[in-house]
Design a protein around this ligand. Structure first.
Ligand SMILES: [Zn+2]
Length: 152
């Protein structure tokens, strides 16, 4: 059986999705990742996971954008579902959508270490990945804090 094309996913990939508009080439995703892809492909077309995460982080640093995405995550369904920001961040950290925060922290430490400028001096690709990894962790940490925050 064909597996989902999303990196690290072991679900059956029975949902074809065009790789680009009018292209006969198809990705095959599981239901979750097909939905994710369909929501995001337009916006993220042509971007690697790292570039997409950087774009997300950039938007979050923008003052108004930050307030808006914070408001959206607060208003989101209370079933633990992930926002688009979090999905992209999880992809950068090579994690599945249901990874808990301990797993996120471990993946972040491992990847940040192996791409760290001190470990790989002069490696521009590693430096880029390092930044994306940090941005991804920031997204997931903020989301975790919002999710576990309890009003008095
Ligand atoms: Zn999948």
């Amino acid at each position: 059986m064909r597996m989902c094309d999303r990196h690290g996913c072991n679900e059956p990939g029975d949902r074809p999705a065009p790789k680009s508009p009018n292209s006969p080439e198809r990705w095959y995703f599981c239901e979750t990742h097909a939905g994710e892809y369909n929501r995001n492909w337009n916006y993220f077309e042509g971007l690697t996971a790292e570039e997409a995460a950087e774009r997300e982080a950039q938007e979050r640093r923008d003052a108004s954008g930050y307030t808006e995405s914070k408001a959206n995550s607060w208003a989101g369904p209370g079933d633990g579902s992930r926002s688009r920001d979090e999905m992209r961040a999880l992809e950068v950290l090579e994690l599945e959508v249901d990874a808990d925060f301990d797993t996120v922290r471990m993946a972040w430490r491992r990847l940040a270490k192996s791409n760290h400028p001190d470990i790989r001096p002069g490696d521009a690709e590693a430096a880029k990945r390092f930044q994306a990894i940090q941005a991804a962790y920031d997204v997931l940490k903020a989301a975790e804090e919002a999710r576990t925050w309890k009003p008095d």
